[in-house]
Design a protein around this ligand. Structure first.
Ligand code: PEP
Ligand code: MG
Length: 767
């Protein structure tokens, strides 16, 4: 086994060997970006160190039964373990390979013959966590960084110090609290040449002062970049046209000082010689080359970048790159804004109202979901349905992305968990472990714990008692996904369930439907569905419960067993999901029909079924054949319907009715997305997402008219069913039922009753 891997051999999937930081370097090198050279002492090397020196049992012994809440004890054990690691000599062959590779790094051509006269260079030694075990920001051990290390013995010491940093008190505490196995945590140490910066600076691939994204801005000084960040030296400023790379502006400023590294590895502030103080730092060729690299980085990461660069011997190096945020340029800073309630940290859209204060847990990857404990605030870029079990433990949810119809919004509303979506920066601005107050009703996150009087819940309960016996001609149904919440949904007095999304039940089961089929375990899948649906059907007595066949987009369930076998699609939202997929993998569809058939046999004949994302009458026809094979006659023996969620379905509605269906249900989330050409999960254009757009209403109106002709029932199960204005529209169009979220049933019932009464009175008047 080789104990080290050169950076150039790393790729973006090298996390298991070189950790997250190492894989990132690998990715940059694949793009031919000039990253300072170096190598990774692999995570497996650390594992072997523990094994060969036989210290692992000792470490685990010290940790066994440790009460991490006892701070003194925790500190003492942490110190003992770190000392144990640091004082244990590294096996000779391991140390030799690391030292040899370090010497190679210093030699110019990196050939064995160069080593006749080895040159020791300054390196940075950083720990790089393997992602499965160590969530990024929250893990203290991975922060260990040793700069300006020179000499092979010192490199070995720094590598071992990185390993020991896995056992700081904070890191131990963190792992215990999040139930990570100390024995399975691995870490890589990266040894990277330090650029001896003669010049350096920063580059933005958008102009941060004007927000023009067709301009690249470069700032440059002599020496190390720290003086720019600290604002101590006025940098040169170069403005470049991003498209043509023409230099649009050069402002040369007077630079009195520079920070330079001396032979001892210390930074020294030196006066710049008079004749160079007002000289341009970068020449035109370098400016253009930097702009080219910046553009490449932006294209690769798909976002404007904030890049740190340095020049040594006229060679440019990219030292660091990160996405530009709309907040202050150099580091993401919290806005300093307060309102009458408290200090505001973030704003977003209210997905599920309520107020909650608690500790932030940032989840950057689904593999980190187990760190969410009951009552934590789940903060993540975007929730996917496979996060549902963790979402159920969360006290509140905050996401960067996603609009009102994303699954985070839908599921949190059903659970009654306060949720804010589309904050853009939650995962950057909030810190793991900090206490914040989520005022979801107002879409604001406040610093610290703040007492806020929330009266909404009580009001809602009062409304239940005042409207539950209102009789409406249009049926008011509820939509629901979580069987455990069936009683709560039934308590609304709804006339049935207009949509049960099987996906959520599936996510809770932990196995992808396609995986059940691959393992020939369809029976288990049938069993899982039956358990969940039965709970709902029971809670609603004899009222109709419409189940929707699974509609699983390929990007949303990767965390389930078998989810890694899902295809990678350009746009999963319009990809292989819904009925088109179920007919390709008909064993899944058959199992779903089978579950419903068996429930009918048990007496739950209130369960109906509908097909998602349909575009052709053939899809309906083929599904019916499969249903008959399972042993039920569609329409006759079971409510059998289709979702209307594509413009295509609106256009072929007459054929669908002729083919024979019991009902249609408008999936306005998708119908609006596809009619308006607006990605429903994109918070940037969320303000344009409007189910009341005349194009969407026009389609719905046409569908209802045709369905009336064929005596096919009409309903809605998209998010818009919870909006009073949509309810009014549907009542006036003569829809048979409206389905709303549990927390909106009362308001919708009220609206419907009012509109129906008005229609009657208006008709009376006209007589
Ligand atoms: C819809 O598209 O409106 C719908 C109800 O389905 P989903 O939100 O699951 O896509
Ligand atoms: Mg849909």
């Amino acid at each position: 086994m080789s104990y080290v891997v050169w950076f150039k051999e790393l790729r973006k999937d090298s996390i298991a060997t070189a950790g997250g930081k190492g894989a990132n370097i690998g990715e940059m090198l694949t793009l031919h970006l000039p990253v300072p050279n170096g190598f990774a002492v692999t995570a497996q090397t650390y594992g072997e160190f523990l094994q060969k020196t036989r210290i692992q049992p000792k470490i685990l012994g010290l940790l066994e039964g440790l009460d991490v809440e006892n701070t003194d004890k925790l500190q003492a054990v942490a110190k003992q373990i770190q000392e144990l690691i640091i004082s244990t000599p590294m096996p000779t062959e391991m140390a030799e390979e690391i030292m040899y590779t370090y010497e190679m790094l210093g030699s110019i051509k990196q050939k064995a013959t160069d080593l006749v006269d080895p040159k020791e260079v300054f390196v940075a030694v950083r720990s790089s966590a393997t992602a499965e075990d160590l969530p990024e920001a929250s893990f203290a051990g991975q922060q260990a960084t040793f700069l300006n290390i020179k000499g092979k013995q010192n490199v070995i010491t720094a590598v071992v110090a990185c390993w020991a940093s896995l056992f700081t008190a904070r890191a131990i505490y963190y792992r215990v609290k999040n139930r990570f196995d100390h024995g399975k945590v691995l870490i890589s140490a990266l040894v990277q040449k330090m650029v001896n910066s003669e010049k350096s600076g920063i580059m933005f691939t958008v102009n941060p002062s004007t927000n023009h994204d067709d301009e690249i801005v470069i700032e440059a000084i002599y020496g190390l970049g720290e003086l720019i960040v600290g604002g101590e030296v006025n940098p040169d400023l170069y403005l470049v046209d991003k498209k043509t790379r023409d230099i649009k502006k050069i402002e040369v400023r007077k630079k009195d000082y520079g920070l330079f590294r001396n032979d001892k590895g210390e930074n020294e502030k030196l006066v710049i010689p008079k004749d160079r103080q007002e000289r341009q730092v970068l020449n035109e060729k370098q400016i253009k080359e930097l702009a080219r690299l910046g553009k490449k980085l932006e294209e690769h990461y798909g976002k404007p970048q904030d890049v740190e660069w340095a020049v040594e011997k006229e060679e440019i190096f990219i030292v660091q790159t990160r996405a530009v945020t709309t907040f202050k340029a150099h580091s993401i800073e919290r806005p300093d804004i307060a309102d009458e309630t408290g200090k505001m940290l973030l704003k977003g859209e209210t997905a599920s109202a309520g107020v909650y204060a608690g500790p932030v847990k940032i989840v950057r990857d689904p593999s980190e979901l187990n760190k969410i404990q009951k009552g934590d605030i789940l903060v993540t870029a975007m929730t996917t349905p496979d996060m549902v079990p963790a979402m159920q433990r969360a006290g509140a949810i905050i996401t960067n992305e996603g609009g009102m119809t994303c699954h985070a919004a839908i599921v949190s509303r059903e659970m009654g968990t306060p949720c804010i979506v589309g904050t853009e920066h939650a995962t950057d601005l909030l810190k793991d472990g900090e206490i914040v107050t989520v005022h979801a009703t107002r879409g604001i996150v406040y610093e610290g714990k703040i007492e806020i009087q929330e009266v909404k819940k009580q009001v809602a309960e009062e409304v239940v008692s005042s409207t539950a016996d209102l009789v409406t001609a249009t049926e008011i149904k509820v939509i629901m996904d979580l069987p455990d919440f069936a009683a709560k949904a039934a308590a609304t007095g709804a006339d049935g369930v207009g949509l049960v999304r099987l996906e959520i039940m599936i996510a809770n089961g932990g196995i992808h439907p396609a995986e059940y089929v691959r393992q020939k375990r369809e029976e288990d899948y049938v069993h899982l569905l039956k358990e969940g649906i039965r709970k709902i059907a029971k809670a609603f007595g004899h009222k109709p419960v419409w189940i929707r066949c699974s509609d699983m987009r390929s990007d949303e369930y990767r965390n389930l067993q078998g989810g890694n076998k899902e295809p990678h699609e350009t746009d999963p939202m319009i990809g292989w999901h819904g009925i088109r997929r179920l007919l390709d993998e008909s064993k899944i569809l058959r199992a779903e029909f089978q579950a419903v058939k068996e429930l009918h046999d048990e007496g739950f004949d209130n369960v109906g079924i509908m097909l998602p994302f349909l575009i052709r009458v053939e899809e309906l026809r083929k599904a019916k054949v499969i249903m008959r094979e399972v042993g039920i006659e569609p329409v006759k023996e079971i409510d059998f319907g289709v979702m209307i969620e594509t413009p295509a379905a609106c256009w072929v509605i007459e054929d669908l009715c002729k083919e024979g269906i019991s009902f249609v249900s408008f999936g306005t989330n998708d119908l609006t997305q596809l009619t308006l050409g607006i990605d429903r999960n994109n918070e940037r254009i969320a303000h344009l997402f409007n189910e009341m757009h005349p194009a969407v209403l026009g389609e719905m109106s046409k569908v209802i008219q045709v369905c009336k002709k064929y005596k096919v029932k009409t309903s809605i199960c998209g998010q818009a069913g919870s909006k009073p204005e949509m309810a009014e529209f549907l009542v006036r169009q003569g829809a048979d039922s409206i389905s709303a979220n549990a927390d909106a049933v009362e308001e919708i019932r009220h609206t419907v009753a009012k509109v129906e009464k008005k229609i009657l009175l208006d008709a009376e008047r006209k007589k």
